[in-house]
Write a protein that binds this ligand. Structure first.
Ligand SMILES: [Fe+2]
Ligand SMILES: [Fe+2]
Length: 475
C-alpha cells in the first residue's frame, strides 16, 4: 500500500494523505480487514456487481453516490461530520468547557472501552448476516442486505480510525482484536449478547435491522454528544447511514405483513396452520419474532442501575439521547428516576438516583421510538380489515440483563412462576417449529423484478429505480 493514492483508495476527510502515523497503522490493518471481509463477510458474493451507495465526502451530495460495485472493491472511507465551531461540552462535570480534540489521560481507559464496545457490534452484525444472501427474496432485498453489510464495515473503520489515531499502541491492538472476535464463537465471542445470536432467516433480518440497528442509533446519538469531539463527529456521520438500515427493517416487516394480509383477505383464512399452506408468514409467528428481537435488543442498554453509566455521563464521555433538547441542568446530581423492580410477585416502581439510571433513561427513549414503527405495521393490518393486534412486549419480558434477569414476566407484564412461563413460552417466543417453517419459505429469488411469495414488492425502488432495475449482477 506504500504508493497508493489515499484519497482515491480510502475516501476520507481526516487528512489521511498527510498523516504518516495513521497511514502506517492502516497499512497494517487494512489487509487484515479485507481478509476478515473475505472470510466472514457476505457468503459467495465477491464477484457480484452490486448497486451500492458509497460515501465519498460528508457534503450533502457526497455521501450517497450510487453505482454497481464489487463489494471487496467498496471504498470504505473515514469520515467525520463537519466540526462545530467553538463546540462546548454539553453535560456533566465539565459542562461549558471546550470539547477535547485529544483523549484526556484520566478518561482514556473508559473511552477506549466505549469505542471498542461500539466497534465490536459493527463486524458482528456482518458475521450474523453472512448466510442470508443465499436465500434473498429478491435482488432488491439482496442489495439492501449488502448495503447494510458494507456500511457496518465502514462503521468498523470509523471506530478503528479513532483507536489508531488517538490511542497509540493499545488502540492498534484493539483494532486487531476487533477482527479476531467472532459472533457466536464459544472461545472468542463478540462483546454483547444480541450480537452473538443468529440471524437465520429474512424475517429475523428485518426484525434485527428494525430493532437492533435502532439500538445502534441510540448508542450513536448518545456518543454524538460526547466531549471527545472526534467521537462526536464520527458518530454523527454514522447516524446518516444508520437511517437506511432501520428503513430496511421497517419496510421489510411491513411488506411481509402486506403480503400475509393479502392472502388472508383473498382466501378468508385466519387460522395460522391453514394460512401456512399458502406459503406466507402468519401474524402470530411475526409477533413471536418481534417479541424475541425486541427483548434481546433492550438488554443491550445494560443494567437498569449502573455506576459506569453515571461515570460516563459525569465525565462527559456519553450523553443522553438528544441531550441539548432537554431542559434540565445537564449535570443531574441530586435528580432521580423511576425504574421498575420485582417485589413480592409484582413489578413496582422504585426511585433511584438519576445518574445511576441513565441506561434505563436511554432504554426508555428507545422504547418510545421503536413503538412508533410497530404502530405503523398495525395500520397496515387495520387497513386490510384484518382483526389482529400487534404489540410490543412489556420491558421486563424475556430479559437477561438487569433486575429482571432472574424473573419470569409475561409480554403483558405479569410476574410468573417458572411453571407458568414454561406452559406459555411457545406462544410468546418463536419456537423451533416457527423457525423451521420460516426457513422453509426462504428460497432464493434472483430474477430481476421478481419477489418471493411471502413478501410484497416495495412501493418504490432504491434511488427511485424502476421495478425491473437490476440491483445485483451475478456474473
Ligand atoms: Fe453500524
Ligand atoms: Fe446499522
Amino acid at each position: 500500500m506504500a504508493d497508493i493514492n489515499y484519497t482515491d483508495k480510502i475516501p476520507n476527510n481526516v487528512n489521511l494523505s498527510e498523516d504518516r502515523t495513521l497511514q502506517r497503522a492502516l497499512e497494517h490493518w487494512q489487509p487484515n480487514y479485507l481478509e476478515w471481509w473475505n472470510d466472514m463477510g457476505p457468503n459467495g458474493s465477491g464477484q457480484h456487481d452490486v448497486y451500492l451507495r458509497t460515501a465519498t465526502s460528508t457534503a450533502p451530495d457526497g455521501w450517497a453516490n450510487f453505482g454497481h460495485v464489487k463489494m471487496p472493491d467498496y471504498r470504505w472511507g473515514i469520515f467525520l461530520a463537519q466540526a462545530q465551531e467553538q463546540r462546548k461540552v454539553g453535560f456533566g462535570d465539565e459542562k461549558g468547557r471546550d470539547v477535547w480534540q485529544e483523549v484526556p489521560g484520566e478518561h482514556r481507559a473508559n473511552l477506549r472501552r466505549i469505542i471498542v464496545t461500539q466497534g465490536d457490534t459493527e463486524p458482528a452484525s456482518v458475521e450474523q448476516q453472512r448466510h442470508l444472501g443465499t436465500t434473498a427474496p429478491s435482488q432488491y432485498d439482496l442489495r439492501n442486505l449488502f448495503q447494510i453489510n458494507v456500511e457496518e464495515g465502514r462503521h468498523l473503520w470509523a471506530m478503528v480510525y479513532l483507536l489508531q489515531k488517538h490511542f497509540g499502541r493499545d488502540g492498534r491492538e484493539e483494532a486487531e482484536a476487533l477482527l479476531e472476535r467472532r459472533s457466536g464463537d464459544a472461545d472468542n465471542p463478540r462483546i454483547l449478547g444480541a450480537f452473538n445470536e443468529e440471524t437465520p432467516d429474512w424475517l429475523a433480518f428485518y426484525m434485527f435491522t428494525y430493532f437492533t440497528d435502532r439500538d445502534g442509533k441510540f448508542q450513536l446519538a448518545a456518543l454524538a454528544e460526547s466531549a471527545f469531539d472526534p467521537l462526536s463527529r464520527t458518530t454523527r456521520f454514522m447516524l446518516t447511514e444508520e437511517a437506511h438500515h432501520m428503513f430496511v427493517g421497517e419496510s421489510g416487516v411491513s411488506r411481509v405483513i402486506v403480503r400475509t394480509c393479502e392472502v388472508m383477505k383473498a382466501t378468508g383464512i385466519e387460522d395460522p396452520a391453514e394460512l401456512r399452506k399458502h406459503g406466507v408468514i402468519d401474524l402470530p409467528t411475526l409477533q413471536r419474532y418481534l417479541n424475541f428481537h425486541y427483548s434481546v435488543t433492550i438488554d443491550l442498554f445494560g443494567a437498569d442501575q449502573s455506576s459506569n453509566a453515571a461515570i460516563f455521563y459525569s465525565s462527559g464521555l456519553k450523553g443522553r439521547y438528544e441531550e441539548s433538547k432537554r431542559d434540565d441542568d445537564h449535570i443531574l446530581k441530586g435528580g432521580s428516576y423511576k425504574i421498575l423492580e420485582a417485589k413480592d410477585g409484582a413489578l413496582v416502581e422504585k426511585e433511584v438516583p438519576m445518574l445511576n439510571a441513565l441506561n434505563e433513561v436511554l432504554r426508555d427513549d428507545y422504547i418510545r421510538d421503536s413503538g412508533a414503527g410497530v404502530g405503523r405495521w398495525q395500520r397496515v393490518i387495520d387497513k386490510a380489515g384484518i382483526n389482529f393486534k400487534l404489540s410490543v412486549p412489556h420491558k421486563a419480558f424475556n430479559r437477561h440483563i438487569g433486575s429482571f434477569a432472574n424473573i419470569r414476566v409475561s409480554p403483558a407484564g405479569q410476574v410468573l412462576s417458572e411453571a407458568e412461563w414454561a406452559v406459555n413460552v411457545d406462544q410468546w417466543l418463536a419456537t423451533e417449529s416457527d423457525r423451521a417453517y420460516v426457513a422453509s419459505l426462504m428460497g432464493r429469488v434472483v430474477e430481476t423484478g421478481k419477489y418471493a411469495n411471502w413478501i410484497a414488492p416495495p412501493p418504490i425502488g432504491i434511488n427511485k429505480q424502476a421495478a425491473d432495475f437490476e440491483y445485483v449482477r451475478f456474473n
